[in-house]
Structure formats: structure tokens, C-alpha cells
Design a protein around this ligand. Sequence first.
Ligand code: PMP
Length: 454
Amino acid sequence: MQNNTPAKSWEQRDLSLIWHPCSQMKDYETLPPIVVDHGKGVWLYDIHGKRYMDIVSSWWANLLGHCQPEINAAIKAQLDDLEHVIFANFSHRPAIELAEQLDAITPERIHKFHFNDNGSSAVECALKMSFQFYHQTGKPEKKRFMCLSEGYHGETIGALSVGSMDLFAKLYKPMMMDNIHVTAPDCYRCPYGKTREHCACECFEHAEKAFAAHAQETAAIIVEPLLQGCAGMRIYPPLYLKKLRQLCDTYDVLLIADEIATGFGRTGTMFACDQADISPDIMCLSKGLTGGYLPMSVTCVSDRIYQAFYADYGKGLSFPHSHTYAGNPIGCAAALAVQKIMREQHILEKAADTAKWLTAEMTRVFGQHPNVGEIRHIGLIHAIELVKDPVTKERLDPTKRTGYAIYKHALKRGLVLRPLGDVLYFNPALNITREELRFAIDTAYASLLDVLPV
Ligand code: PMP
């Protein structure tokens, strides 16, 4: 019997079954899903042959381009040896080598590596470890957490409750832990009238007050070092981290650096903490760890923390925390390939050169637009905050969804410029070329003019 029903498109098949993350699915009525066929470098190619430049590194994860030949080869080679193995009491060469390499590049206090399988799970692990650390070292009253306002650490309940972004967290507050939210630096709209480059971190007074009032009951403070990504790529100076390290030492509070978005060269140095020359007690890594290929994360800790869990079985001091895919060998093989490329191809040095050029070009092209408030940058990350008026810094009307409108125009023009509210940003693969960035800058500017003409 002949079937006369027209075949459904891939887009229709997607929408009939899939609930996409962080989306209002009704929006897909006017902007259906872009079904990607393949990727190469910074480009994504859809099933209709149209190409898009991935200037946001697919949620900041893709570190060295899509389908990078060496990472692909490492994964293929690993696949024929071992795809996965229980990580309790078993191990494998890729995980051991990766831990050795992380030990060599992470800040000085960090020497032990607990594998998990995504960013949020690395954060959950860090929170539980901090709580348990004090529980079993004679300070059980230290069971709360501090975090910065506008922070973001993932979307599971624990991670969400050390986040402060109402957009993600507000509704779920009744489900959350009672944490202490410290007012974060806000360098673009500095309440002290200072600039990021010339300040003494006057805003650090909020942290000092919070520690004076709550340090006794606090196990740890968690921060996104130097860059509050989801809040709109808000950048703050290294001095803030230096002061925070000192404060944590003075009050015996653990410092958790969530380097999930900032790690592996995103801010210009291997880790953002390096720019402040500080070492956290716990560091969370994910995203760029595997080049954005596979879900893997590591909660990296100091010996002091590790030793507090080291005892004869039965004393109740072990850490009862596991994720099925912890230490997955294919993820580890990808991560090893990433590290090899970073070293052998001098990726950080080259990215620093590209970043200088990019800053100059962004300033030249976007600088005069009447709705461009600030062009801020750290490493290759460049963000443009759109405002009503650059003098008053008044925000655009959020109900107009200007950023989203620009995103849609950019997509038509072949650029994935997914914004954070009304902040447009580039967070590209570290090996992106100037020619590729030229396309991104010109396309982003044209898309801005589509929506906000001058
Ligand atoms: N922390 C930070 C700083 C992040 O940027 C993110 C993800 N954007 C997370 C944690 C959560 O990671 P995941 O989405 O893998 O759970």
C-alpha cells in the first residue's frame, strides 16, 4: 500500500519529541531547531548545506574547533582499547596520565583529582566535600556556603543554590540551601565610581562583612574567578581574588574556584586563578577539559582536604560520592589530546596574539554605536553590553528581547551569536584565525544594525 503522507522533516521530527534545554519551546514555532550535519573547525554545517560560525564554542565548551583531527584520532584509538570501566577500585592509563598532567598545570595547593561527569556534578562534589571536610575535622558548625551575587555554578539543586541569578534560581528557592550571597563586583556600573583597571576592590567590603558575620558557620565560598560568565561576561580584577584568598585563610573558609568556564586558557592564562597568583583549595573543571567533546569534569582538591578523608575503613570518613561515568576513558583520551595540542601548538601564546588584535578590531567596529555601553574582554572572550544610553548606562528594555532579535538576524547571516540577555559576546575556539574573526565581527555588527540601526 502506498503511503501518501509527506515525509516529516528532521525539524518536525525533532519538535515532535525533543524538549530542548534552556528554551521556551514555543519560540521554536518561529525559529525551528537548526539540525547540524557536521562540524569543522569553528564552522557548523546544517543538513541543508548552510554553514554557521560557532562563535560561542557551543556553550563555551569547544576549545580547539569541531572535529579536530588529533582529538578525533585519540578518541578513535581509545575506543578500541576500552570504552568504559567502573572507576571504584579500577583505573586505566588515560585517567592516570591525565591526573599527572593536571597536577603539573593546576595551582600549587591542588594535588588530588576526583572525576565526575559534568560541570554541575563537579560543583555538587565540591560542596559536599567542603561540608564533610569540616564535619570530620572538628568544626561541624561550618555547614553553610557563601557565593557571589550574579554567580552561576550549574542547575542541579545544590549548584543552583550557590548561584544567584534569578533567571535560573528564583522559582526554585523553596527547594534550596540557605546560602550567604555576597554582593559581587560590578565593574561596569561600579558603585564606588572606579574603573576595573584602577581600583583597590573597594567592593570587597561586602565579602569582609559577610566573613565577619558568618565565617564561623561557613564551610566554603564558591566563585567564578575573574569572569562571571552567565551574568553577562562580567569581568572583575585579580586583586579581588587575592584578597579573597587571604580572607579565606584568615577565617579558615575553603575557597572553591569554579573554573568550569574559565579553565584551559579561556581568560588568557591556563586558569583564571593564575592571573591572581592564588591557589584555591578546590577547583572545578569541565567544558574545555575534553575540548568540549565529551561530558567529563574533575573536582581538584588540596592534600589537606584529601587527608581528612583518609582513614581505616569503618571510621565513616570516606567520601560516598560517585557518578557512573566518572573517569570515562574516552573522555580522558580526549582531554589528553587537548593538553598535547595546547602544549605543542603553543595555543595560549597564539590566542594572546589574536586577542590583542580582536580587542582593537571590536573597539574600532563597535565603539561608536550609540547602544554599545561597554566592550569588555579577557583572553579571547569579548563581550558587548548593549544599553539605552552609554552615558547613563541605562539598560535596554528586557521585554523587547533585543539580544534575542540580534541573535536571530545573526543566524540568518551564518553566525551563532547566542547572547546573554542584551550582552553579545564572542567566546570562540582558542585557535580561531583572524580571517574567521573578521567574518564574526562584520556579521555581528551587521546583525546589530539590523535591529538597532544608526
Ligand atoms: N559553572 C560554570 C561557571 C558554568 O559556566 C557552567 C555551565 N555554563 C556550570 C558550572 C555547569 O556546567 P554543566 O552545564 O556542565 O552542568
